[in-house]
Design a protein around this ligand. Sequence first.
Ligand code: GLU
Length: 448
Amino acid sequence: MTDPAIVRFAPSPTGPPHLGNLRTALFDWLLARATGGRFLLRIDDTDQSRYNPSAEADMMGLLRWLGLDWDEGPDAGGPHAPYRQSERLLLYQQAAEKLIEVGHAFRPADEPDIVRLKTPSSGTITLQDAIRGEIQFDFDRVPQNPVLIKSDGFPTYHLATVVDDWAMGITHVLRGEEWIPSTPLHLQMFEALEYPPPQFIHLPLVTDHEGKKLKKRDPSFEARTYREAGFLPEAVVNYLALLGWHPGTEQEIFSPQELIESFTIANFQKSPAAFNEDRLRWFNQQHMMRLSDDDLMRRALPFLEAVYPDAAAHNESWIITLIHAVREELITLADAPASTGFAFEYGPLTEDAQTTLRTEQALPVISAFQSAAEALQSFDSESTSGLLRELRSQFKASYGWGGRAVMFPLRAALTGSIAGPHLSDVVALLGKAETLRRIEHTLAIMKS
Ligand code: GLU
């Protein structure tokens, strides 16, 4: 087993979190949990011009939703507090002074209130990346003399990240591949400040399905879109973990705990990973299938209530039965209202339903069902399926009508549509009074 890894997720609170951010956080979390280490949340808020006041809370909300709990952070506190860079300015100023002292930084004569790194004009520096191996940089090709302390007294990303990664005892830095070009500057500072550098792990890019780099601001990549669209957090975690990492086996469906158990740094891939929403939907469906009725009901309820505000007023076992009846149709939780709509409202008939009601079977079947249902005492799904079975065999024996010819008019009469869950479940869920009301309503239309 590897040593406990101390990792940090260091979002810049500049805008709505996207799935790429959360993938980085997930890998941080997996590494920390797999090694019995620690996961720190640090807010990289040194760019005051791009600061977005809701971004920090949004990020925390999404991390919590995914179950990526952190051991130290702005809310949780910890031995390295504070965890917002804007509250750590003194540390950066001290480090900048030290860099000036050892000849690796300077205050330009024409800009006396800023500090710049003094990049060597020649020579090389080598990054040992856990995924990409050794990468050598020529100093004459790296950004020259970048700013470390701005005139507002705030550090730039480069200085702040080096100082904090060292001060917080970070052992592994996981971040997107787009940060590789900044690494020589960081390595130079680690060396000049005599800080041992962390292990760098530059994660492969996430692209769209055409292989183009995903744009941060693309709304289809915004994390909250998926939460609102009824994706399960464990499915998102499962899917994101496989974007750039593999378990080394054929297994595809993982619980978060199984991911922790399978996680190893050696199984990151170098090549970009393509984000594919259809794949994510497939993963979601797989995880939905694994939930108990009870759990699925609890998670679907907020989505139901958003459309049918009195959904929660029904008793719990009724809602569980309802969810059970439709669960095979659900890909995300947000599909629940459409699939269960028949139980809450009786809408206009679909065209297929109208056609079915014009068949020669419709009137005799619906009338026979009406009498049988009126006579039926118990309306649980066992009794209702008994009733329907009997009806089917009667019509088969007397007229030779097939099952569909008998069931479709009833389905149309009871739900307004010819698709949906088992009819016996529909009848049991509607109950006697509502079932008969809908039958009468349909008969009245048919006879008018
Ligand atoms: N604040 C940086 C970002 O938003 C962190 C990069 C890093 O992990 O060093 O991506």
